[in-house]
Write a protein that binds this ligand. Structure first.
Ligand code: ADP
Ligand code: ZN
Ligand code: ZN
Length: 699
């Protein structure tokens, strides 16, 4: 075997063989080549990697096969994988193999060749040019012109209904028209929830570029479908890839445009394995693609949102103040008239345990009488519970941080997830002595039944009974259930739609004229410093659902029931003023030294006992004193996680923070070895696993 090759394979996290392995082959293969290799007693998929293989005293095993029917994965793809592995503290092989379609692992060279021979829907280059001639708005024209004249990255800050999707379509269209091989990647947070987007892209591009030109990539697809899409993108037949976060790793040899729609959405952060942010990787990828490109056309990236993440907003401040992104603004709604009027109901003035205030109920009844629809929206995301007093303003603040301490049911303690400060839950309110202290924003189960009961005496204009429908994770488990339920809403068969954040996203409901947030307060007082940002985004997005029809927009309303109507978040919401909200939040973050003014990582440990999980973290922290850059990071004490025990496994976490991203990165990289070594200490006996989450979304 005259040639030795470096090959990355899927290896378990933290195993000793984290780097590439060496194999022999009869011919040299370029980096990026897909191969099958023996690993122990199995045979597995691998990717030939860059760099010379390490000298080895072990016997070098030969490759089982080279999948030479496939072109190699290009340098930009490898660079992205390499960066993601390094940045998110995982093995290259793990990231590389997770980024490939699962079915590729199972296919032999011969099967693959057969798969590749299948015709994939001919492209009719001579099809009639059905270029859509939408008359673009002034703002759309400006945004597009600025995009075309600069390198970016870009943040498209556009109200709901301002025509952002149309801008994406236009940018893709002009790219594909001027460059006959260019490819575009369009990412959405949850493609299952946005079949409308896929339909819009297919409708626009299939007539011109053929049915094979648009492919999807998301976890709802079967393995054969995913392989088919992947091969089409890798081979260049697919000109447009629409996908969820996983699509950021799609192999697209001629990638020239990346769009990240709803860029603030938490779903862009992977929550297991390599915990990458697909949005952040998209920005990195565009720069890498541009740098490694063989032509002069840059690969541009556009992040779009009506309520950008504070990170992206901060990056898009004026260049003179240090901003790196170009902000494109589209403040006006197209054809949809004004944004809904915001009405705040002070729940402090209502009778205790009121779920629906009489005012809101009356407003919903009015809608029913007029044959319009309402949407009742529950913000039930699992916030770690914070305690509040029933009769005064006391909340379980941390005396040492600008954070709220979390109520831990198991040992009835209050713990700060930032600094670790803990105390038993007080018997009575420390401020006023009231014994009634309870978690903020208790759940409202069976809300829709309750509402249906309240509305039962009413009749629709056609004389039929009022229909209340619920859409949430439970009601949409079955395949196709969501689509069926949404279709019902669109036909007008439903009068009131009740649901979680799921219904607030992206759907174009024409007949909804009232949107109500029932219990948003849990997010105002949360241990998670990003909770207000998410609440604001959700409320703005939910409000954007109302009055999309111009004829109705004047009468459309957004109702918010809160015990804190004076909160600045609601003042900004009232004005639909995201910049004001962002400015106040960023100022708070700056003073408190929170992201984007600092950089964080969480180390999470799981063990048989809470002591072992914490001991592991504490030991690793103590042993960090010689690690490079330790003087530029702060290691906080280990604390139990918000959800402390899952399936009898105890979980603890530790926050690592630094004002410098580079310092944090260097520290984490060197600290990995310490963590690995700590695992074998007697105090850490019972530790099951640990992992690092860089740029965590919640602490
Ligand atoms: P966003 O993505 O910002 O919420 P969309 O792109 O979905 O907005 O646009 C909202 C609605 O306005 C859609 O029904 C879309 O077809 C329509 N629309 C967008 N741009 C235009 C335009 N230039 N002229 C007329 N209608 C438009
Ligand atoms: Zn009190
Ligand atoms: Zn604290």
């Amino acid at each position: 075997m005259p040639h030795r090759l470096s090959v990355v394979v899927q290896t378990p996290a933290h195993s000793a063989i984290a780097g590439p392995l060496t194999y022999g082959h009869t011919a040299a293969l370029p980096p990026g080549s897909l191969v099958r290799v023996p690993l122990g007693t199995r045979e597995t998929l691998g990717v030939v990697w860059d760099g010379t293989p390490e000298e080895s005293t072990f016997e070098i095993r030969p490759l089982s096969a080279a999948l030479d029917g496939l072109p190699p994965l290009n340098a930009a793809w490898r660079g992205l994988v390499q960066f993601a592995a390094l940045y998110y503290q995982r093995a290259v092989g793990e990231v590389a193999l997770a980024a490939l379609p699962p079915q590729l692992r199972e296919l032999g060279a011969a099967q693959l060749t057969r798969r590749l021979k299948r015709p994939s829907g001919a492209v009719d280059a001579n099809a009639a040019d059905t270029t859509h001639s939408v008359a673009l708005s002034e703002e759309q024209i400006c945004a597009i012109a600025e995009f075309e004249s600069q390198k970016g990255p870009f943040l498209l800050f556009g109200s709901t209904g301002s025509g952002k999707t149309e801008v994406y379509l236009q940018l893709v269209q002009s790219l594909l028209a001027r460059d006959p091989t260019a490819q575009a990647l369009v990412m959405v947070p949850e493609i299952n929830l946005t079949p409308q987007l896929e339909a819009r892209f297919r409708e626009r591009f299939e007539p011109r570029f053929g049915a094979a030109a648009v492919v999807s990539m998301h976890s709802g697809m079967t393995a054969p479908q995913r392989l088919k899409s992947w091969l089409a993108a890798h081979g260049g037949t697919a000109r447009i890839v629409l996908g969820t976060r996983m699509a950021v790793f799609a192999s697209m040899p001629r990638l020239k445009l990346i769009v990240v729609d709803e860029e603030h959405d938490p779903s862009y952060k992977q929550q297991e394995g390599a915990r990458y942010s697909a949005r952040d990787l998209a920005v990195y990828r565009s720069q890498l693609e541009t740098r490694l490109s063989t032509d002069t056309e840059p690969c541009r990236v556009l992040l779009g949102s009506a309520t950008p993440s504070l990170e992206s907003w901060h990056h898009s401040r004026p260049a003179a103040e240090g901003g790196r992104y170009v902000r494109l603004a589209m403040p006006s709604r197209i054809g949809a008239g004004t944004l809904p009027k915001v009405r705040l109901v002070d729940m402090g003035l209502q009778q205790k345990k009121t779920v629906f205030s009489p005012q809101l109920l009356a407003a919903i009844q009015q809608r029913i009488a007029r044959g319009e629809q309402s949407m009742v929206f529950l913000n039930r995301r699992g916030y770690a519970p914070v305690l509040a007093c029933g009769s005064c303003e006391w909340k379980s603040e941390c005396p040492h941080c600008s954070a709220y301490r979390v109520f831990h049911k198991i040992d009835r303690s209050l713990r700060c997830h930032h600094c670790g400060y803990a105390e038993p839950v007080p018997r009575a309110c420390p401020t006023c002595g009231n014994p009634d202290i309870a978690p903020v924003g208790r759940g409202t189960e069976r809300l829709e039944e309750h509402l249906a009961e309240l509305l039962a005496p009413l009749r629709r204009p056609d004389g039929g009974p009022v229909v209340v429908a619920r859409i949430d994770a439970d009601s949409t488990k079955a395949k196709g259930a969501l689509e069926a339920q949404l279709a019902e809403v669109h036909t007008g068969a439903v009068d009131v739609l009740v649901g979680t954040q799921m219904i607030a996203k992206g759907h174009d409901f024409r007949r909804i004229t009232l949107v109500a947030a029932i219990q948003p307060d849990g997010a105002l007082f949360s241990s998670d410093f990003r909770a207000p940002e998410r609440l604001f985004a959700l409320l703005m997005q939910a409000g954007g659902r109302a009055g999309r029809d111009a004829a109705q927009s004047a009468a459309s309303e957004m109702w918010v029931q809160t015990e804190h109507p004076q909160h600045p978040l609601f003042a900004a919401l009232r004005q639909h003023d995201y910049p004001a909200f962002a400015a106040s939040q960023l100022e708070e973050r700056r003073i408190a030294g929170m992201p984007p003014f600092s950089f964080q990582a969480l180390v999470r440990a799981e063990a048989r006992t809470q002591e072992a999980a914490q001991a592991f973290l504490t030991l690793a922290s103590a042993a960090a004193c010689d690690v490079p850059d330790v003087d530029r990071v702060t290691l906080y004490p280990a604390v139990p996680m918000g959800v402390q025990r899952v399936a009898n496994i105890e979980r603890a976490q530790m926050l690592v923070e630094s004002p410098s991203r580079q310092a944090l990165q260097r520290f984490l990289l060197a600290w990995q070895a310490v963590l690995r070594a700590t695992r074998s200490q007697p105090e850490a006996k019972g530790l099951i696993r640990w992992a690092i989450d860089v740029d965590p979304l919640g602490i």
